[in-house]
Structure formats: C-alpha cells, structure tokens
Design a protein around this ligand. Structure first.
Ligand code: PLP
Length: 434
C-alpha cells in the first residue's frame, strides 16, 4: 500500500529547522524506532491519512482522547455549534458547569472538580493542593509512572524519558526533585517502609490508576487499596492520576473497575474530546482549599474553554455502555491475535492490559514494575513496528507506550491489523540484538 514518505520527509526537514527535533512532543519524532515520523493530513473514524496519502489503522487515537474515533459526527457538531457562539470569554459559561456535572455524576469520589487545559496542569495543581491542604512537602511517586512534565514529577517517569534514556532531565533542580520520593511500582512494602520513617512529612502519594506510560502494567490486586489505607492512616492524600484511564477504562475510569476511592483524581485526554481540556477533583473538603473558595492559588486563561468543553461533553455523552463494551471486545481480539502471531513465530511475549489499553512486552515473565519493563527484549519492537507501519497500521513509536483503540474500530479496521500481524511477528522473531 505504501505510497512513499516524500511529503513527511520534507515536512520533517522543514520542521527541524524551526522546532527542536521537529516535533512538539518528543515521542512523535520516532526517536525510539527510527525512520521518518508521519505527518498526518487528516483522520476519520479509526483511520489516519498522512501527507503522502497513506492510510493507517490508528492504534494511538491521539494517545487516548479519540475514544469515539476521529471526527465523530456528534463531536464535530457540538464544536461547530460552540464556534458559532464565540471561542473564549474569560468569564464563566454554561458548558463548564455541564462538563463538571458530567464528571461528578460519573465518578463518585469526585465531589467537586476544577477544569484546566492539560493533564500536566491537572497533576501539578493536584500536588499543590495536596501540599496546601496537608501543610506537608513530600510527594511519593512510582518509577515508570508519568504524570506530565511537572518538574517535581520528572523523576523516573516512564515512556518519554525511558525512550530517550534520560535518567533525569536537565532543568529540574535538586531542590525541585528533593521532595519527591520514587518507589518501585506494585511494591506496598516499600510504601509502608517510607511512611514508617517519614509519614508525617508526606503530603500525598500519586500513582497512575492503572499505568499505561511504561506500557500497560496494571496494579496488582490490592495495590491501590493498600495505597489508600496507608495514606489515610498517616494523614496523607491518595492522588489517582486518571489522565489516561479516565472515561476510558470504564464509564467511571479505573475507579469504575476497582472501586477504590482516591482523595483526589486527575483527568485529561478523553474528557477533552481532542481539545485541550483536563481536570482535577475529589473530596469537597480538600477542593474547598482551592482559590477563590480557599487559599491555594490556581488559575487559567483558557480553563473551561467553551469549544473544548463542548467537545469533551459531546465525547462523554456519547461514551455509552456500548462504547465501553466495544473497547473491551476490540482490545481483547487484538491482544489475542497479536499473541497468536508471536507464538507462531516462537517469540516470547506477554500482552498486558490496563483496562482497555494494552501493550506487548517481549518477555516470558509477568511485568509488574519499571525494572521488569527495562529487562524486556524491547529491541524486537522496532522491526515489529516498522513492518506494521509499512502495512498501514500505526502503533505507538515506542516499546514503552500503551496502545489505544476507539469504538470506531470496526471489523474492517480490526481485520486489517490482524492480516498485517504474521509478517510483523516474523520481523520481531528475526530482530537482531542491538
Ligand atoms: C498524558 C498524561 C499526563 C499529561 O497530560 P498532558 O495533557 O500531556 O499534559 C499526565 N498523566 C498521565 C497518566 C498521562 O497519561
């Protein structure tokens, strides 16, 4: 099917002249897999079309937001209607109230919510609020969990940094990182230990509700419940980062699956419907500390933007039980088919799920933390990725990212992926050690 990559190549060259690395978010540059990043010209349903006219089945879905597929008619209509009324007011408007009500209605532990424009802003603000509420400074995070590019949270932060093998990022000072404690994921004993030592200095534990940013590494049974119990016992807050899983793992996100009620939750991706909208929310007594109700400052010129809230609201309103059933069905089918193809070629692998997100690890063993992720034969991913790309299937350009599907992934799209798998599995089997 390949029509070539001349247009993408030319655009990448132009982009690199005016933008560092040619992209506006690092993983898009194909650094981990090599080759030319595809510049996308348009998208429809489960498909992307690049600037050379190649069509791909999209298994990234904008890293999660496009849960209904691209250009869903209800979302397009809602956005068009919003545009007719003006694009930004700097004053409150109806859509913000409706979106907040929808979130509060779906996710029981969210009694109040504040809208922001990115997941990074949501986690940054939730952490500030946790510190303001508790009067404590330290934050516990887990290796391999990504919470946006918040200075204090850019320690051992999964995919983007793993992809580029940066142990830490320049530009974050020791002071900014010194209040962050990084622990191995899925290891409650290490959490108990650190709380036993300095529990009264810890404002919050933040975790991905079910991690997708080191590939799909779900919490072991009881892990999130254990975090809740330990934090509560020590007067710290439990922050569940549902930017990726929120409104994707189920109607109520990962919370809807495990029922463990966090003190604060963060959202983004799906709730913006492809526009910049995100949120943090939770216990009313904690949220009451936020300005102007309370003293902890937080603000945003475009927060609650009417076009973004219209897109988010339409996306959530159309994310029905049928949508979640379809995500489960398609992720199950694709996971089984990927596994069957790799088994046929004798490639050791595991397909793991964090809700409806999933990913493939090239290893025989269960992957439960970031150290396990690093020990996988990730070099097999590059030829696997490129063979699928050649056949019109667009996977994340990194072995350490989750795959995303949409309710628009119909049987035709799924079949196209399935038919491309045998050659990709053979390529993975033939991969040379780096
Ligand atoms: C994507 C993501 C973020 C950051 O969201 P942005 O909108 O990219 O700033 C934070 N946390 C998690 C779990 C994410 O997946």
């Amino acid at each position: 099917m390949s029509l070539g990559e001349h247009a993408s190549k030319a655009l990448f060259e132009r982009a690199r002249r005016v933008t560092p690395g040619g992209v506006n978010s690092p993983v898009r540059a194909f650094g981990a897999v090599g080759g030319t990043p595809r510049f996308i010209a348009s998208a429809q349903g489960p498909y992307l079309t690049d600037s050379d006219g190649n069509e791909y089945v999209d298994l990234i879905c904008s890293w999660g937001p496009m849960i209904l597929g691209h250009r869903h008619p209800a979302v397009v209509e809602a956005v068009t209607r919003a545009l007719d009324h003006g694009t930004s007011f700097g004053a409150p408007s109806t859509g913000e109230v409706e979106l907040a009500e929808e979130i509060v209605d779906r996710v029981a532990p969210v009694e109040q919510v504040r809208l922001v424009s990115s997941g990074t802003e949501a986690t940054m603000s939730a952490i500030r609020l946790a510190r303001g509420f508790t009067g404590r400074g330290k934050i516990v995070k887990f290796a391999g969990c990504y919470h946006g590019h918040v200075d204090a949270l850019l320690a051992s932060a999964g995919s983007g940094l793993a992809t580029f093998a940066l142990p830490d990022t320049p530009g974050v000072t020791g002071a900014q990182a010194s209040d962050t404690i990084v622990l191995p994921y899925n290891d409650l004993a290490s959490v108990e230990k650190v709380f036993a030592e300095i529990g009264d200095e810890i404002a919050a534990v933040i975790t991905e509700a079910a991690p997708g940013n080191m590939g799909a590494v779900p919490p072991l049974p009881g892990f999130n419940a254990g975090l809740k119990e330990i934090t509560a016992r020590h007067g710290a807050l439990f922050i569940s980062d549902e930017v990726m899983t929120g409104f994707r793992a189920s109607r109520a996100g990962w919370y809807g699956r495990d029922g463990v009620a966090p003190d604060l939750l963060t959202f983004g991706k799906v709730m913006g419907g492809g526009f910049p909208a995100a949120a943090f929310g939770g216990r009313a007594d904690v949220m009451a500390h936020l300005a102007p109700a309370g003293p902890v400052y937080q603000a945003g010129t475009l927060s609650g933007n009417p076009v973004a809230t219209a897109a988010g609201l339409a996306t959530l309103r159309h994310s029905t039980p049928e949508v979640y059933a379809r995500l489960d069905e398609v992720s199950g089918t694709l996971g089984r088919e990927v596994s069957a193809a790799l088994t046929k070629e004798g490639v050791a692998h595991r397909v793991q799920y964090s809700g409806t997100m999933f990913s493939v690890f090239f290893t025989e063993d269960e992957v439960i933390d970031f150290e396990d992720v690093r020990a996988t034969e990730s070099h097999r991913y590059t030829p696997f990725f490129h063979e699928l790309l050649r056949q019109g299937v667009y996977l994340p350009p990194s072995p350490f990212e989750a795959w995303f599907i949409s309710a628009a992934h119909d049987d035709r799209a799924v079949t196209r992926v399935v038919e491309a798998l045998p050659k990709a599995a053979a390529a993975a089997a033939a991969a040379a050690r780096p």
